[in-house]
Unconditional design. Structure first.
Length: 243
């Protein structure tokens, strides 16, 4: 296998990260949404490898409200999302938000999912480490869905990942990493729906664009996005945005 063959097999719709960023601008410009008229909300993993895409999104859309959490899941809760409501520009009596929610994974030169090259770090490194740790626990029988719900106060974000992902895994001892990554992507989509409700729970009407997907770190700094959901929600009227 190779990076290119894994990308074609498992992420056939993936596009280069810079194309993803530029396309969000192009599609929303068609809807009269542009930098300066909207507040970007960025939910990526806390991993430093996610920073390059985050920086490109802020270059395109301006300083963002940080919604980052392990594996890209939105862990800031209603209070955190509500804090962003009053930060968006007020244009013609409305506020607009552009929410980016991306989990992530490494794919190395040999096409191995979960491996990535980190500058200055010898040998293969893991990404997403949080999802890979959960994968290993599931395969080892160390996670029992009967234990949920629970919160480890010393490890709140990882325990939240376990609580949400593990019950959605059909066969824990046979699950592969890619399946867990896709579950995380889908949960980010659900989190985005809940975030829209919170952003709208205000006297000022709000429009929300959402872009979800899987951020892929390839060899020698290659960056791709396997695009998930892409739409603009205006008062419940959904416009699909093709990237």
């Amino acid at each position: 296998m190779s990076f290119a063959s894994t990308l074609a097999r498992d992420f056939p719709a993936a596009i280069p990260a810079n194309q993803f960023v530029n396309s969000t601008q192009d599609r929303l410009r068609e809807q009269e949404v542009h930098r300066g008229s909207a507040l970007p909300l960025i939910a990526t993993c806390r991993d430093e490898l996610a920073f390059a895409l985050t920086a490109e999104l802020q270059r395109a859309w301006g300083p963002a409200f940080n919604m980052a959490g392990l594996a890209g899941l939105l862990t800031l809760g209603r209070t955190g999302v509500a804090a962003a409501r009053g930060h968006a520009p007020l244009v013609n009596g409305r506020r607009t938000f552009v929410l980016f929610g991306l989990t992530h994974v490494g794919v190395d030169e040999a096409g191995i999912i979960g491996n990535v090259e980190r500058p200055g770090v010898p040998g293969p490194s893991s990404t997403c480490g949080a999802l890979m740790a959960l994968h290993d626990e599931l395969r080892g029988g160390d996670v029992h869905t009967s234990d949920y719900p629970y919160l480890d106060k010393a490890d709140p974000e990882q325990s939240r990942l376990r609580e949400r992902i593990a019950p959605l895994v059909d066969d824990p001892q046979q699950v592969d990493l890619l399946s867990i990554i896709r579950i995380a992507r889908d949960l980010i989509g659900l989190d985005s729906d809940e975030a829209i409700k919170v952003l709208r729970d205000d006297a000022v009407p709000a429009d929300v664009a959402v872009f979800t997907g899987i951020h892929i770190h390839g060899p020698r700094g290659a960056e791709f996005v396997d695009v998930g959901r892409s739409f603009l929600d205006r008062d419940g009227q959904i416009t699909e945005l093709s990237l």
